[in-house]
Write a protein that binds this ligand. Structure first.
Ligand code: NAG
Ligand code: NAG
Ligand code: NAG
Ligand code: NAG
Ligand code: NAG
Length: 950
């Protein structure tokens, strides 16, 4: 019995032990990772969290002993290994930002060595400055160090079988790296985009013959591509991205041999050779072609792509409109269905000038850009009807005519941008436009010869951010439904139309509005209080309307306001104290109204760059509120009733370019502090009662070129296309890879179509003022001699010192005024000879020294001086020689009195002069009517884009 029991117990015990052994074995073989790897992972976790991070909470032996279950760890459970092994570590964006802020991080390679079977290692976006030591992982196939500020790149010859290497966004600068990398002969995907690589592309890159995807996008690579070898040896290449570099020359002919190529992106370079037609037509596999922002020449027939059945994106915006693109001859029926077609600024269809007819066969288009193509014809309704998923339609800057007929029952839910600006559409805006394009964000119909009213249905465009209907012939009132519906509007430009009535309805909720330009219309009534909610407003332009009443105090609630333009209205009264709250004002134009009083003394004008108060009834001394406006570029107080002296603080306006004090009651001397205005280009103190001498130091002034800050703009914007259209293609080697979420080259931000404000350089040549400089001190009571230093103002174009009491001679130095076109010294008490060297002023077209006490001979009648008549000299009894009537021999004999029609001549001269000066002024003034449209949203987008470009 005992024996039996013992045997039974032994058997039971054996069973239990066996079961336990089996269970343990089962567990070991079926699931759990090895002890060694588990401990190694925990050490790696500590390294990542050093000193006090909290990442990877699931890497915790207590809760789960099987590290193959831990987040971001992938094991291989298919091998015949006794245990599963860690094969993938996907550790992107794992290191805390807070830690990163404290210290950049470098990882010791020894933490990785235990994972001997590792195939995929993703350490992207971790603030990693480098990997210390050598990564010796013989099975590593994928290594991503993207988005780390690397100062040190792992030694590549220790990575013999790596197939995918992502070093984009790492700040790589070392050019030799490109050569080194060529030793990785197994490499299939290589992403070096968004770095600082410079130099030219080494031929050895052609050694990586297994390469399927290569991105060198957004670097500083230069030079031309080799015409043989190099990239042409990469026969397996499917994805080639060289965009955003400075490559020059041609696309090599040997590219025709890259027969596997799907994606070909060379946008934003300096390629200027002949358009690569042969290459394009021979590569039937192409699905994505981006050639934009280059200077290709020659011609290209679209029919050669007819059989490219994979083609989805064709992007060609030419910097150089000489590229001829023909889509009609020969005619063809395409096998492709495009998603993106951009043919902009080309000579499109040189003979027919028509819209490409192959578009009739396209019904899946998302982006169409045919802007700047000089297309003639009707607005292409069919394109809209066939492509219901359109997102962007840009037909701006062509010769398209109306009518704009839209099917009011259709809906374009995806449409976010519509631009038909700069076309002679000559039509009304369809009344249902707002219901058809309900999700539009950008609508530009400026300069399209539109008439009729603004449709109320536009109030349905609840997402609209930018609306530009300027420079049309639209009339009528602004519909209340419109104003109450467009709640997302940030930029509204209705300038230069015939809109009338009161400005806005009281229920408008324009809470996002940043720029409001209603100038040059026929709006009447008082400035209504509907913008009370627009607390983000930066630019408010209602100039050139028929507004009346006083300036409302609530304008002071726009704390962000930087530009307030109300010129040419019938506004009156004093400037309200509430304006003192506008401490960001950079541009204030109240010209040509009936304002009186003075500016409130609390007015903070320290940011002001442009102040125009001309043509009002302002009185009192020049406002003290200006004393801190040291950033001023333009100060225009012309034609008011300001009195008193020029304050000495004016000398602190070291940036001032234009100072117009003409036509006031100012008195006293011209202070010598004015000489500190080193950048002044136009100085008009005429028609006041200034007395005393002209400061001799004035020559110090007028030496400045304008700084780049002046390349700034008044609320202009343009539609910026995404950096890449890769979101529209179905296959993209750089985007998708099993296991790793390689996001690709573009961030989500860029994948949207972005719209940015941008300085419009063409509107403002930086140095225009420099060349337009002038001084007008006429019609004052100035005395003393003309300082000879004025002759040093070598860039001056207009100098008017007439109608003063100036005495002494004309300085000899005036012969240095080589640019001067108009020189008026008439009606003074000047004596002595006219310097004979003045004949060397070859630019002079208006000249007068009439009514002085000059003597001696007139300048030789050659060059410009051959064109000046008697009137330039008359009123100087002691002056002789042509063109005056009396010769110099007769003058010694006695007095000769001149009889000519003095007054008529004088008036004529005066008119000429005024016109010359006025023209000068107007041009300068236009140059100055530019201000920044500082929208933080756009600016941040620009910077994020710039960052990538840089
Ligand atoms: C980590 O430590 C640093 C100083 O070493 C400290 O500034 C930081 O606040 C700490 N962070 C956390 C999450 O404790
Ligand atoms: C291997 O792992 C995958 C997921 O990682 C899982 O779906 C599969 O069931 C596992 N196979 C075995 C045999 O455990
Ligand atoms: C790599 O390319 C360079 C230049 O093209 C060549 O000289 C070198 O022999 C190549 N190396 C190998 C291993 O093929
Ligand atoms: C394509 O490659 C072959 C040899 O591989 C070469 O003979 C031919 O010239 C190449 N074509 C071009 C256009 O370079
Ligand atoms: C179009 O091409 C011309 C040169 O032919 C260039 O001056 C112009 O800037 C280009 N247009 C745009 C919008 O870039």
């Amino acid at each position: 019995m005992d024996l039996c029991i013992t045997l039974l117990l032994r058997w039971a015990l054996g069973l239990v032990v066996c079961m336990m052994v089996v269970m343990v074995n089962d567990r070991n073989i079926g699931h759990a990772c090895s002890e060694g790897e588990r401990i190694a992972l925990l050490k790696l976790k500590d390294a990542i969290n050093d000193p006090n991070g909290t990442a990877l909470p699931t890497w915790d032996s207590h809760n789960n002993n099987d590290c193959c279950d831990w987040e971001r760890v992938i094991c291989d459970n298919t091998t015949t290994n006794p245990r599963p092994v860690v094969t993938q570590l996907v550790l992107d964006k794992i290191r805390d930002v807070e830690l990163a802020n404290n210290a950049y991080w470098s990882l010791n390679a020894s933490y990785l060595l235990p994972f001997s079977e590792l195939q995929v290692l993703d350490l992207s976006w971790n603030y990693l400055t480098g990997v210390n030591g050598v990564i010796r992982l013989n099975n590593l196939q994928v290594l991503s160090l993207k988005g780390n500020p690397l100062t040190q790149v792992p030694s590549l010859d220790e990575l013999p079988v790596v197939q995918m290497l992502d070093l984009s966004f790492t700040g790589l600068t070392n050019f030799h790296f490109l050569q080194e990398i060529s030793t990785l002969s197994k490499l299939e995907v290589l992403d070096l985009g968004n770095n600082l690589l410079s130099g030219s592309l080494p031929g050895s890159i052609g050694n990586i013959t297994s390469l399927q995807a290569l991105s060198l996008s957004m670097n500083n690579l230069v030079g031309s591509l080799p015409t043989q070898g190099g990239l042409c040896k990469l026969k397996n290449l499917q994805h080639l991205d060289l965009s955003h570099n400075q490559f020059v020359g041609q696309i090599p002919l040997c590219f025709s041999n890259l027969t596997s190529l799907h994606v070909f992106d060379v946008a934003h370079n300096q390629f200027q050779g002949v358009f690569p037609s042969l290459f394009m037509s021979s590569l039937k596999s192409l699905s994505y072609v981006s050639l934009s922002n280059n200077y290709f020449r020659g011609s290209f027939s679209f029919s050669s792509l007819a059989n490219h059945s994979n083609l989805e994106v064709f992007d060609l915006f030419s910097y150089n409109s000489q590229l001829k693109v023909e889509t009609e001859n020969p005619p063809f029926i395409p096998l492709f269905q495009l998603k993106v077609l951009r043919l902009s600024n080309c000579t499109l269809n040189e003979h027919t000038k028509g819209i490409p007819s192959f578009l009739l066969y396209q019904n899946d288009l998302r982006v169409i850009d045919l802007s700047y193509d000089s297309i003639i014809g009707r607005f292409p309704h069919l394109i809209l009807i066939n492509n219901t998923r359109l997102e962007v339609l840009d037909l701006g800057n062509n010769f398209l005519t109306g009518p704009l007929e839209l099917n009011c029952t259709s809906r374009y839910q995806d449409m976010n941008t519509l631009d038909i600006s700069h076309n002679p559409i000559k039509s009304e805006i369809p009344s249902c436009v707002g219901t058809i394009f309900q999700n539009l964000r950008v609508l530009n119909m400026s300069k399209s010869e539109l008439h009729g009213v603004i449709p109320a249905s536009m109030g349905h465009m609840a997402l609209l951010m930018i609306l530009d209907l300027s420079s049309n012939s639209l009339s009528g009132l602004l519909p209340a439904e419109f104003l109450e519906g467009v709640k997302s509007l940030e930029f509204l430009k209705l300038s230069k139309n015939n809109l009338f009535g009161p400005i806005l309805s009281s229920k408008a909720e324009l809470g996002q509005l940043r720029v409001l330009r209603l100038d040059n219309n026929r709006f009447t009534g008082e400035i209504s209080d509907v913008f009370m909610n627009s607390s983000l407003l930066r630019v408010l332009d209602m100039s050139y309307n028929h507004l009346n009443g006083e300036l409302p105090g609530w304008i002071g609630s726009f704390q962000q306001l930087s530009s307030l333009l109300l010129s040419q209205n019938n506004l009156q009264g004093v400037i309200p104290q509430e304006l003192c709250k506008l401490n960001r004002l950079t541009y204030l134009d109240l010209s040509k109204n009936n304002f009186n009083g003075t500016l409130p003394s609390c007015f903070d004008m320290s940011k002001l760059r442009y102040l125009h108060l001309q043509g009002n009834q302002f009185s009192g001394p020049i406002p003290n509120a200006l004393a801190n406006s040291s950033l001023l570029l333009t100060l225009d107080l012309m034609n008011n009733k300001f009195s008193g002296e020029i304050p000495s603080w004016i000398g602190t306006f070291s940036n001032l370019r234009i100072l117009l004090l003409k036509g006031n009651n100012l008195e006293g001397s011209i202070p010598t502090v004015m000489c500190q205005l080193r950048h002044i280009s136009i100085l008009d103190l005429s028609h006041n009662t200034f007395s005393g001498e002209i400061p001799s130091c004035l020559n110090d002034a007028s030496s400045g070129l304008l700084d780049p800050l002046d390349n700034i703009i008044f609320g202009e914007y343009f539609i910026m296309f995404p950096i890449k259209f890769t979101k529209y293609i179905s296959e993209n080697l750089l985007h998708v890879d099993n296991g790793i979420d390689i996001q690709g080259l573009v961030s989500d931000e860029e994948q949207e179509v972005e719209f940015m404000s941008k300085s419009r350089l063409e509107s403002y040549k930086g140095n225009i003022l420099y060349y337009m400089s002038g001084i007008d001190l006429s019609c004052n009571m100035l005395t003393g001699a003309i300082p000879h230093q004025i002759g040093n103002l070598s860039s001056i174009h207009t100098l008017n010192l007439s109608n003063n009491h100036l005495s002494g001679p004309i300085p000899e130095t005036f012969s240095n005024l080589k640019q001067v076109e108009s020189l008026d010294l008439s009606h003074n008490k000047l004596v002595g000879h006219i310097p004979s060297k003045l004949v060397e002023l070859y630019s002079l077209s208006i000249f007068s020294v009439a009514y002085n006490n000059l003597s001696g001979t007139t300048p030789e009648t050659k060059y410009q001086f051959a064109t000046f008549g008697e009137s330039s000299y008359e009123g100087n009894p002691l002056l002789c020689g042509p063109p005056l009537q009396h010769s110099c021999t007769s003058i010694s004999g006695g007095e000769s009195v001149m009889h000519s029609d003095l007054h008529a001549e004088e008036n004529e001269f005066r008119d000429n002069f005024m016109w010359s000066f006025a023209a000068t002024f107007v041009v300068s003034f236009l140059g100055v009517i530019v201000i920044v449209y500082f929208n933080p949203y756009f600016v941040s987008r620009i910077f994020s884009c710039m960052y990538r470009i840089i």
